[in-house]
Design a protein around this ligand. Sequence first.
Ligand code: OFO
Length: 175
Amino acid sequence: MMKPEIQSAMNAQINEELYSAYLYVAMVNYFEEINLKGAAKWMRIQVQEELAHAHKFFEYMVSRNGKLSLKAINGPKSDWKSPLAAWEAAYKHECHITECINKLYGKASDARDPATMQFLDWFVNEQVEEEANTSDIVAQMKMVKDAPGGLFLLDRELAARTAAAGADPAASAAT
Ligand code: OFO
């Protein structure tokens, strides 16, 4: 049985993961509007990953007989002043999620809940990748600056992203 403080922290993290998906849906729309199809595709895959993260938390709660208490998801920003600003916002958001996971890990440790700590190990590693992915793109965007040719090539590279195994929420719910 999960302790109430862990249960409520897990519920808060489900909200964070769903907000992440919501934010990235807004970015898909932004990139589509400015015709950066590769960035839009990259973000579509990111939306699926975020939904899969929320499902992982949800399934873990169910397996521990936790009580779900779903809260409203805040509306994200829907416009950015440049593609670089959008990627910077994505990177900043991932740093925020890393903080959330680290705090959750600390709570599980304080509550002497090794099962939850072990469950969170996957997310600790995932956040290293999430931060690296977005910060690499921010660095590349800065190199390209406003050169249309560079932006075109970078967008083609972003279009090559494929969904990672386990990024399908339906599949992750089954495991
Ligand atoms: Fe982007 O890692 Fe979940 O929220």
